[in-house]
Design a binder for this molecule. Sequence first.
Ligand code: ZN
Ligand code: ZN
Length: 337
Amino acid sequence: MKAIYLDSIQKLSERDIPTPVPKAHQVLVQIKSVGICGSDVHYWHNGRIGSFVVKEPMVLGHECSGVVVESGGEVKGLKRGDRVVIEPGEPCRKCEYCMSGRYNLCRDIAFFATPPYDGCLLEYVVFDSNFVYKIPDEIEDFGLATLAEPMAVGVFSTSRLKPRLGDRAIVFGAGIIGIACMMAARAVGCKEISVADIRDERLAKALKMGADRVINLKSERLPENHYDVGYDATGADQCYALAVQAVKPGGRMSLVGMGPDMQSAPLVEYVCREINIVTSFRYANSFPQAISLVKENKGRLEEFITHRLPFDLKNVERALHTAFSDQSAGKVVLDFA
Ligand SMILES: [Zn+2]
Ligand SMILES: [Zn+2]
């Protein structure tokens, strides 16, 4: 089968590797679509994210959908022909985090396209069936189904933030993660959801995705002491400073975005205003809700996918370039034959 490897910074190659055989608890999935994520672009462009460094050639991609072609003897509830999405991390199932349900914190999780683990920009992959979910019939498009992965980030950050019914929310960052936070906040009953960013095209998209209000941080002032909860999906220092004023004293702020290793934030303001900072990393126990969010927001999310390319070496390169440099790009998706 065909697989696309990141050999070194901005160098990709196509290889022919053996098709894997599922173990008893695994399914073999034929990949149908893969969404390009910011982390794929980072690894391709910089060869690293924080302490994760690409030292050996690695297959990129962690947002995928496909069809089950074979299942191991112990697999229940999945059969040949099922359309599925994969939650792309296999935790150890033994450590204190796994045992308490916080498996996203497992130190031994094998996560797609995080060194040293390969991702899903290849034709077939085997995966633990417990992390493989059926796609509902309403989501006909495999490309749309890949959005369950970024949606899961929004679902999980929301389950950590715990907004109450009727809370006013602000989301910093109008990329797919910001949109996911907005849609999850809406689903749990937040009202008057604002999305803030510095680019008008992105804000226009956020409005179409269902934001009640959009704010361009370059030209508009944020209301002060207005929101009950906030999300940062940018990882930018300036947003931490703006957020602490926009959120009401006693409110909560969710940090989802990842910025540079060392950042500054006016923590004394957070202390004096008792604004709790709630962090979240990837997701745990969030895929079923994320798939529902994709289903409920199907029409809108279809519009978020701006580029679709057939899977081959040249197009993977093109997709990464587009995601990196095209300001108007939403989600870039590779489709398999
Ligand atoms: Zn992703
Ligand atoms: Zn574990």
